[in-house]
Design a protein around this ligand. Structure first.
Ligand code: FAD
Length: 500
């Protein structure tokens, strides 16, 4: 059998996607399998936002064999236990979407079914009381899991906030130490092979061509290879997710480092707040059909914790995905493959997911269309599933104060989401479908948080007597409260383990 393996991989772009790709391939393929080259242009730079993550990020770090404290220190990062949503369901209302699970599933029935039963009876007003992550977030507490038997302290789910520029640098050091070669220069042309249209090389301003067998397009929104050279086409989801611009600005830090991202709904979108060790990242995501840049900037600047540390920067975007993320010998990873607005911090996860699926379907130089088709199908489903979860936040609102929210509340939504909402309204049931990213806890947290009202509760939760349900819920609530009490302050935890 001839050796048909990919011998040369060219990564186009050195943002979060480019360096995550370089680090992953260097780690998994090792130094001798293929030559890995990354081309980036300092003159073009990176997008420089994208600083909140989900718990899967820890799996990525473990796959690379990173020391977590070194990673947090190098990126001036902090820890994240979930997202606080302010003014989303209605003005003045706040809820928390925590990582991890609520309470404890019992007798094969999910905890939130028991909660739902007691909630309908008026006995369990606040679901946060059964989430250690939510309780810790309220007290600005953080620690990693310890071995504490069946205490909630044994299972603390968390993610990170980090400085995107420092993260790319950190991964660059990792990848270069494992043999990845970085080429500086602006790509001015993409050459396609005459006979089959495969990408043959990228040409730098200097006139030098960088050729390869496999090209990974990490060039950001512009999609230099996947769109500009190969014409993948783009599915635009603005009708479901109408925001299409963001204004970003960092500001000075404050005394307490909150271990969560905050998302505050505004007149035509929402504002993120991401606390790092050296600053707070802020941004206002909004719909340009309903608001001007000037108005969006004014709202952002009026809602900062401290002094702005830079000029506000505008980032236009189109929510959606490339019709094909993989064409011939080119795979788009990161913003070049698509973008879902940052409401649930899922873009870095989509990079991770794209990479893991690429490794599952890793090609040889035959680039079998069956492999490529499967990859594209799975990535498209992943985008659709996350899209639906994001749409839920906008659609399941009681806000009727402004045209933007009227549109969101009354717009037509994807059928898959409509079904989930119907099922929830019937008996308060929430499900994870197949391998979708967000699990039943997340769906429940947001449906409950957005004040959707189920008519009843899961009948199987009624198998347990009311007295026993009451007693068990009280017991779990107490364990959660005691655990939160035990945890150190987030700031103290960082000072002890990973201060920048
Ligand atoms: P980029 O950072 O744009 O990198 C593109 C690279 O390609 C650069 O190195 C550039 O120099 C290079 N390049 C481009 N053209 C050329 C050329 N001609 N020649 C040579 N090099 C070239 N994600 C999250 O997970 N959490 C968040 O909280 C989050 N918030 C976000 C907020 C906003 C407003 C936006 C827009 C995105 C957010 N994201 C978030 C997404 C996240 O920022 C991106 O997924 C991530 O930064 C990856 O970007 P990238 O590497 O694909 O693109």
């Amino acid at each position: 059998m001839t050796d048909n393996r990919v011998r040369s991989i060219v990564i186009v772009g050195g943002g979060t996607a480019g360096w995550m790709t370089a680090a992953t391939l260097a780690r998994i393929l090792g130094p001798d399998y293929a030559k890995i080259t990354l081309v980036e242009s300092d003159a073009i730079g990176i997008i420089g936002v994208g600083e909140a993550t989900i718990p899967q990020m820890a799996t990525f770090n473990r796959m690379l064999g990173l020391d977590e404290d070194a990673f947090v220190r190098a990126t001036k990062g902090s820890f994240k236990l979930g997202i606080q949503f302010v003014d989303w369901a209605r003005i003045g209302h706040t809820y928390f979407h925590p990582f991890g699970r609520y309470g404890l599933d019992m007798q094969g029935v999910s905890f939130h079914a028991y909660f739902q039963r007691m909630h309908l009876l008026g006995e369990a007003p606040d679901i946060d009381a059964w989430s250690l992550q939510a309780q810790a977030a309220k007290g600005n507490k953080f620690m990693r899991s310890i071995d504490a038997g069946n205490s909630p302290l044994s299972d603390i789910a968390y993610a990170f906030h980090f400085d995107a520029g420092l993260y790319a640098k950190f991964l660059r050091g990792y990848a270069e130490a494992r043999g990845v070669v970085r080429r500086e220069g602006k790509i001015v042309d993409v050459r396609l092979r005459g006979e089959d249209g495969f990408v043959e090389s990228v040409v730098l301003e200097s006139g030098e061509a960088v050729d390869g067998d496999l090209f990974i397009d990490c060039s950001g929104f512009r999609g230099l290879l996947i769109e500009q050279a190969l014409g993948a086409g783009y599915t635009d989801w603005k009708r479901f997710l109408p925001c299409d611009r963001a204004i970003a600005v960092p500001c000075a830090s404050v005394e307490e480092w909150t271990p969560y991202t905050r998302s505050t709904a505004h007149r035509a979108g929402w504002q993120w707040r991401i606390p790092l060790q050296h600053r707070i990242g802020n941004g206002h995501v909004f719909a340009s059909d309903h608001m001007s840049d000037d108005e969006a900037t004014a709202i952002l600047l009026a809602n900062l914790d401290g002094e702005p540390l830079a000029e506000p920067r505008t980032v236009p975007f189109v929510t959606g995905h490339r019709n094909k993320a993989w064409i011939k010998n080119c795979v788009a990873i990161g913003l070049s493959g698509g973008f879902l607005e940052p409401l649930e911090s899922t873009s870095i996860w989509l990079i991770q997911s794209g990479l893991s699926r690429l490794l599952t379907m890793f090609p040889d130089r035959g680039f079998d269309p069956a492999d490529i088709h499967r990859y594209n199908r799975i990535m498209q489903t992943e985008y659709e599933e996350i899209r639906d979860f994001l749409v839920l936040h906008y659609h399941a609102t009681q806000r009727d104060d402004l045209p933007f929210w009227d549109y969101c509340r009354t717009m037509e939504i994807p059928e898959r989401l409509a079904e989930k909402m119907r099922v929830y309204r019937a008996h308060g049931r929430a499900f994870r479908e197949n391998e979708e990213l967000f699990n039943d806890t997340s769906w429940y947290a947001v449906m409950h948080g957005q004040l959707l009202k189920p008519r009843s509760f899961d009948p199987v939760a009624g198998v347990m007597s009311l007295d026993e349900t009451r007693a068990r819920l009280a017991h779990i609530r107490e364990a959660v409260a005691n655990s939160a009490e035990y945890m150190p302050k987030h700031r103290d935890f960082i000072a002890e383990h990973c201060a920048a």
